[in-house]
Design a protein. Structure first.
Length: 182
């Protein structure tokens, strides 16, 4: 390569680096810095969805929930969900809890189409393995049966009744304090 060609490449590289830096600064301003209170920008949400989709091992989307939505299975899953998941996701799955509202990214509305359109296998995988850089922990010690029952419950949440939600309340974590202690 000639010196002139090398200079063009260096200038192009410098411009690319400058664009990335300016884009990062614009993003930081629009996202209110690194605050967990900020709503994700459209770009962040798109990139997070793409990253989650790319991170799923092959074959996960083909897995089907083997747990039938019987009243007994839904009751068992509801008790488990209330005790371990509702602190962030709420008993109704909407994610509107004191803790959930302050997480970044926010817990998804499990009743909504973004979650309901995920495959059974993707839901199972997310519960079993958690989601990096979010508040979603992994649950490696729960049995496959327990996790599949949670998938069954998640599928049921859009039809959940007020009586079913009320039956979950005794299983929610208790504290002597007004708000969760971190």
């Amino acid at each position: 390569m000639t010196i002139r060609t090398e200079l063009k490449w260096l200038i192009a590289l410098a411009v690319a680096i400058l664009l990335v830096l300016v884009g990062g600064l614009v993003w930081l301003r629009s996202a209110r810095g690194f605050s967990a209170l900020a709503r994700p920008t459209a770009m962040e949400a798109m990139m997070a969805r793409m990253a989650r989709a790319l991170a799923l091992p092959s074959g996960v989307n083909q897995a089907r929930d083997p747990v039938p939505p019987t009243p007994m299975n839904l009751e068992m899953a509801s008790e488990h969900f209330a005790a371990h998941c509702a602190i962030c996701h709420n008993n109704n799955g909407d994610g509107q809890t004191d803790l959930g509202r302050d997480l970044y990214p926010k817990p998804p509305n499990l009743r909504g189409s973004n979650t309901q359109h995920k495959s059974d296998g993707a839901l199972f995988y997310s519960i079993r393995n958690g989601i990096r850089m979010s508040g979603m922990p992994a649950w490696p010690d729960d049995s496959d049966q327990e996790i599949w029952a949670l998938v069954t419950l998640i599928r049921h949440l859009p039809q959940q009744t007020a009586a079913e939600r009320a039956a979950m309340k005794p299983y929610n974590p208790k504290t002597i304090f007004k708000e969760p202690i971190m």
